[in-house]
Write a protein that binds this ligand. Structure first.
Ligand code: PMP
Length: 484
């Protein structure tokens, strides 16, 4: 029993002061591995290792149960855009909890924060092809499930029910529900079940470093978009419902497409009447220095999936922004749309999001990413590319990546990679964690997506730590005999 395991410890005592442990880490780890199955985790390996217990956050910093202070280079999971410890969000949530903690939006009812947030989102999305409507969900995965059902319903209403094929990309991430994982292009997820579900097709990703050898970036962007046209023609345009993509692939490793890619995708979707869907679960709400990633990339989606940054992750919330084409069909001709969640338009989540968006606007976080912090991060990462372990660095807005290589090349195409089974990225991530900075490893690609509220001085602090940890990784890798 939990009470036996924690008997005699002050396991649930609050942190008494910054940097003071106050938690029995071993007891918490024992309870954790006895009862808690974590997402995307080798549960057996975690049981042997023990989870790191996070107990507090403030600004861009986190503290674990042993009092270790970490720079959160990943904004939690790409979501804590305004940083931790915003008292005004806490206050907005508490007020809403006191007033009306829950009511649903079924059966012709609504609630004040959901109405206000829908209107606010419509205002923000004004610049994106006349988007005025929103459907709320609890997460990004549910947003993408909603998109699949909405796209299919749209084509039914339009009298073209054969249009059912949805085209996505390999190495895309669109969530972990059955539809989300099907839309995603993660081979490891598909392999663990009968995925993708019928009707979902994948083309290659626009990854210049991987597929663009011998081409200019601009040529490669057009070539990669051309894969969509080839797939539409292969399936028959009369069968194709939609194309979905992240403006910049996040979980796939901050894969930044060439500037020619998205405008060409738009042209192809327009040509065949295919709905264009932007998954902005990561890119939305300022990550790239615009409110929505499609604004930077130069396309006008019919549907936008969002989550994460809308509430800075303080309370779960997601949704779909619905453009005029689909909204018109659903509102004017569709009748009942038999889809929705208990927590669609949850008043507490919407209250948190409204306050989060107010902070973002007041502190001009999106403009700062475009003009100040984003360019600063880009320059700092470009300098890291000189490190002997780094093949090349890429960056856009407040997201950046470093490719770890065994031997540097003369371009991003001809460095020599480490053998994948060495898992050098994981070795590097371990040094980062142990030395106070959280980076994510996607294979041997090390990525950051820090809070948008991170200052330029804090970017310098983070990058200095990263440089130090790259040195430690280099020594480690050399010591293991993995370099010549
Ligand atoms: N789409 C994208 C682009 C994502 O990055 C994620 C989550 N990382 C999702 C969808 C799924 O969101 P959630 O985990 O909230 O279901």
């Amino acid at each position: 029993m939990a009470s036996d395991i924690i008997a005699g410890t002050d396991v649930l005592a609050p942190v008494r002061e910054v940097d003071s442990p106050g938690f029995d880490t071993r007891a918490l780890q024992a309870l954790d591995s006895a009862h808690y199955l974590h997402p995307f985790t080798d549960h057996g390996a975690l049981r042997d290792r023990g989870a790191r217990v996070m107990v507090r956050g403030d600004g861009i910093y986190l503290w674990d149960s042993e009092g270790r202070k970490l720079i959160d280079g990943m904004s939690g999971l790409w979501c804590v855009n305004v940083g931790y410890g915003r008292a005004s969000i806490t206050a907005a949530v508490a007020r809403q909890m006191d007033t009306l903690p829950f009511y649903n939006s079924f059966f012709n009812t609504t609630n004040v924060p959901a109405v206000m947030l829908a209107a606010r989102l419509a205002e923000l999305a004004q610049g994106v092809g006349g988007i005025k409507h929103v459907f709320f969900t609890g997460s990004g995965s549910e947003a993408n499930d909603t998109i699949v059902r909405m796209v299919w319903r749209y084509w039914q209403v339009m009298g073209q029910p054969r249009r059912q094929a949805i085209i996505s990309r390999r190495n895309a991430y669109h969530g972990s529900t059955v539809a989300g994982a099907s839309l995603g292009g993660m081979a490891g997820m598909h392999a663990q079940g009968a995925l993708p579900i019928p009707g979902i097709h994948h083309i290659e990703q626009p990854h210049f470093a991987q597929h663009g050898q011998g081409m200019s970036e601009a040529e490669f962007g057009l070539r990669a978009a051309g894969w969509l046209e080839e797939k539409i023609l292969e399936l028959g345009p009369e069968n194709v419902a939609a194309f979905i993509g992240e403006p910049v692939q996040g979980a796939g490793g901050v894969i930044i497409p060439p500037p020619t890619y998205w405008p060409e995708i738009q042209r192809i979707c327009d040509k065949y009447g295919v709905l264009l869907v932007s998954d902005e679960v990561i890119c939305g709400f300022g990550r790239l220095g615009t409110w929505f990633g499609c604004q930077l990339m130069g396309f006008r989606p019919d549907l936008i999936a969002f989550a994460k940054g809308v509430s800075s992750g303080y309370v779960p919330l997601g949704g779909v922004l619905v453009g005029a084409r689909v909204a018109h069909a659903l509102v004017e001709k569709g009748g009942d749309f038999n889809h929705g969640f208990t927590y669609s338009g949850h008043p507490v989540a919407c209250a948190a999001a409204l306050e989060n968006l107010r902070i973002m606007e007041e502190e001009k976080l999106v403009e700062r990413v475009a003009l100040e912090t984003g360019p600063h991060l880009k320059a700092a990462f470009a300098a890291l590319a000189a490190h002997p372990l780094v093949g090349h660095a890429e960056s856009i807005g407040m997201a950046a990546a470093l490719n770890l290589v065994r031997r540097k090349g003369t371009s991003m195409h001809d460095g020599e990679a480490f053998a994948p089974e060495l898992a050098v990225g994981m070795v590097c991530r371990g040094h980062m964690f142990d030395n106070g900075v959280i980076m994510r490893a996607v294979g041997d690609r090390m990525i950051v997506a820090p809070p948008l509220a991170m200052s330029t001085a804090q970017i310098d602090e983070m990058v200095e730590r990263i440089r130090y940890c790259l040195d430690l990784t280099l020594d480690d890798v050399r010591g293991r005999g993995w370099l010549d």
